[in-house]
Design a binder for this molecule. Structure first.
Ligand code: GLN
Length: 250
């Protein structure tokens, strides 16, 4: 029989590797989109490789709590749940709000953080309520719950891939308002001169962030929930939230 060439052997080995799940037994792979400070962002020396933020610290703690090592897959926010469904990642942690639509596709952990949508505007803006956006140029981020909210209000908007891109539009007077999650908005306002946050609790409800797992993966969900609940009870998560909000604002 003809011997396999080295190249053919490598191709075959790669194919065999691709067929097994990405995660080794002791690695817990989280999908995220690190464009969402203070929850996830890229830095030179993060808690998991180059990834840092509240979510990354939580992910690392969950893995360690279960005798595993956390790994991160960096992907587009829009692709996270599909990657989870395909088994490319074990879980998704991405400041992701629990919604009925998403619940049809995946299962969510016990929520670990409560947020709301807010409006970022220029300091001299006359926008005081959500309805003041009616005749304004609105920017949102593609696939975020902020986009869903503005959509439901029936207003036109332009969507961007990253929060920073939308905020730059506002800074450069190319739009009047960016609708985005509260803690992230806070971050952008402290990073850029001349911006402020406008809240409207009547228009924007509370949103809860949770970790997603594949539908029916109760084994992993139980582990994640046990760790999350422990960190909620002992104050770890609120400490992390306060700590990262401060670090990032510096
Ligand atoms: N909480 C928002 C959502 O779930 C934004 C999340 C994010 O950008 N990471 O859509």
């Amino acid at each position: 029989m003809k011997r396999m060439t080295k190249a053919a052997a490598l191709v075959m080995a790669a194919a065999m590797m691709a067929a097994v799940p990405v995660s080794a037994e002791d690695t817990l792979t989280f999908g995220t989109n690190p464009e969402f400070p203070p929850f996830e962002y890229v830095t030179s020396n993060g808690v998991i490789d180059t990834y840092d933020g509240i979510d990354m610290a939580i992910a690392k703690a969950i893995a360690e709590d279960n005798g595993m090592t956390a790994a991160v897959e960096n992907m587009e926010f829009d692709s996270l749940l599909v990657a989870l469904q395909n088994g490319q990642v074990d879980a998704v942690i991405a400041g992701m709000t629990v919604t009925d639509e998403r619940k049809e596709a995946v299962d969510f952990s016990t929520p670990y953080y409560t947020a709301t949508q807010v409006m970022i505007v220029k300091e001299d803006s006359d926008i005081e309520k959500a309805e003041d956006m009616a005749d304004k140029k609105i920017c949102v981020i593609q696939g975020y719950t902020g986009q869903v909210c503005v959509d439901e209000m029936g207003y036109e908007y332009e969507s961007f891939k990253k929060g920073t891109e939308a905020v730059m539009e506002l800074v450069n007077d190319k739009c009047d308002v960016v609708v985005i999650d509260s803690a992230t908005a806070q971050q952008y306002v402290s990073d850029n001169e001349g911006l402020k946050i406008v809240e409207d609790a009547d228009a924007f409800g509370a949103e809860e962030y949770a970790i997603a797992v594949q539908k029916g993966n109760t084994e992993l969900l139980d582990k994640i929930n046990a760790s999350v609940e422990k960190m909620l009870e002992d104050g770890t998560i609120s400490e992390l939230a306060a700590q990262y909000a401060e670090v990032e604002a510096e």
